[in-house]
Design a protein around this ligand. Structure first.
Ligand code: GTQ
Length: 349
């Protein structure tokens, strides 16, 4: 069944003006735009952001704008499907590449959106989250949940660059986005929870009766652990089956942030990975290796440091190139959709 619902222009001009003057608008010409038949029509368009292109632009920003003037020195990855200057990468996800130079400090603040960082390059930087100092090593995933104080610093040499992912567009749509500033935090004198409370997989601190488990128990997911896990899983996973690990809250096994999810994935040499069509948007960041991915018929060749997006229900195929496996982190919005009692996977056509 496919009824032609007509267009706004089918209505007499005088009527269109009258409804507009009454601060109303007819639904029926907009019906299919709001509710297309059978499947959503994403506005987001797949895109690749090559690190070789972004890096010099970011270093230039380091010369042009001191961090005190920028607060956060970030180049937003702008979804080409939403016009120039879009403040999102795909669906409800914001991504940006952030630069911190030696000795710089990005001031402490907290905001309603949640954020996560994936370290792309450099050593010696840290993020302090609610007093917990998280060192930033390449590939680490570091969370700053909504409402958590965070500031970034850099005691090392050379630039440090990381990829930020935030649910900022969602908070903007909710008219709920704002931030509060404070002075820099004094960090606790101890390693982060991944090296203390959650140093052993499968074990968590014993809790006394009545002691609530923290909702954000672990802010840093070291890449060394993720890589070790992927390599172990790959050794015992038949080829063609996905080698993919979810980043979870170690206390509950749930997603580690309310709206965004993260997975680490390995593409083995000569293997083609064909995920199902998913109702979520995705951003893939290449931590190790090189390869190519086809998203809705468009092929992106990628290597370490690159980032590429995929809209909802995209037909995706990934393959590693060269003699080494490729290791990627995928950012997605499955936790958000599941909270709305929605998430779908559909078989590939
Ligand atoms: O590091 O706190 O990419 O507040 C955008 C907004 C990073 C941050 C972004 C932010 C931050």
């Amino acid at each position: 069944m496919s009824t032609n619902l007509g267009t706004m222009e089918d209505l007499p001009l005088e009527y269109r003006q009258a409804v507009e003057n009454a601060n109303t608008t007819p639904l029926w010409p907009l019906m299919r735009k709001a509710l297309p038949h059978d499947t959503p029509v994403p506005q987001s368009k797949a895109c690749l952001w090559a690190y070789d292109t972004i890096r010099p632009l970011l270093l230039r920003a380091g010369e042009l704008t001191p961090v005190e003037k920028a607060e956060r020195r970030v180049l937003i990855l702008s979804d080409p499907g939403r016009g120039k200057g879009a403040m999102r990468v795909a669906g409800p996800i914001f991504c940006g590449m952030q630069l911190l130079l030696p000795g710089e400090k990005a001031p402490a603040h907290r905001h309603t959106p949640s954020a996560a960082r994936i370290v792309v390059e450099g050593e010696g930087a840290y993020t302090i989250v609610n007093g917990e100092k998280c060192v930033m090593e390449r590939g680490d995933l570091i969370l700053t949940p909504g409402g958590a104080w965070h500031d970034h610093g850099h005691d090392g040499k050379g630039p440090v660059i990381w990829l930020d992912a935030l649910d900022l567009p969602l908070f903007i749509d909710l008219e709920a986005a704002y931030s509060v500033e404070r002075e820099l935090q004094a960090p606790k004198n101890r390693p982060d929870a991944s090296e203390v409370e959650y140093a052993t997989p499968g074990m968590v601190p014993a809790r006394r009766n009545g002691h609530a488990r923290p909702s954000y128990p672990m802010m840093r997911y070291p890449w060394t652990n993720a890589e070790k896990g992927l390599r172990a899983l790959a050794e015992h996973t038949p080829r063609g089956e996905p080698v993919e690990l979810d980043y979870v809250n170690p206390e509950t096994g749930d997603a580690c942030l309310p709206t965004m999810g993260f997975t680490a994935m390995m593409l083995r040499q000569g293997e083609t990975v064909k995920p199902p069509l998913r109702s979520t948007s995705a951003v893939h960041h290449v931590v190790e290796g090189s390869g190519k991915s086809t998203v809705n018929g468009e092929t992106f060749a990628w290597k370490r440091g690159d980032t590429f997006s995929a809209p909802v229900f995209a037909l995706i195929e990934h393959a590693a190139a060269g003699s080494e496996p490729a290791l990627l982190i995928r950012v997605h919005d499955t936790p958000l959709q599941q909270k709305l009692n929605y998430y779908e996977e559909r078989p590939r056509p």
